[in-house]
Design a binder for this molecule. Structure first.
Ligand SMILES: [Zn+2]
Length: 52
């Protein structure tokens, strides 16, 4: 499940070390249409957002 950081509102995978204090979200934000929209390296293990 994706987690949104409460510090900077970036979205991370739930096992990411960089998210710190975050809030689980059931769906990715509407502005995220592809893996390239997610900046963190924790998403590198996915090849498309459909796998998240
Ligand atoms: Zn991350």
């Amino acid at each position: 499940m994706p987690v949104m950081s409460s510090d900077d509102f970036t979205v991370h995978d739930d096992d990411c070390d960089e998210v710190g204090d975050g809030m689980p979200i059931s769906d990715l934000p509407d502005e995220v249409n592809s893996i390239e929209d997610l900046d963190c390296q924790c998403w590198n293990k996915y090849s498309s957002v459909d796998e998240i």
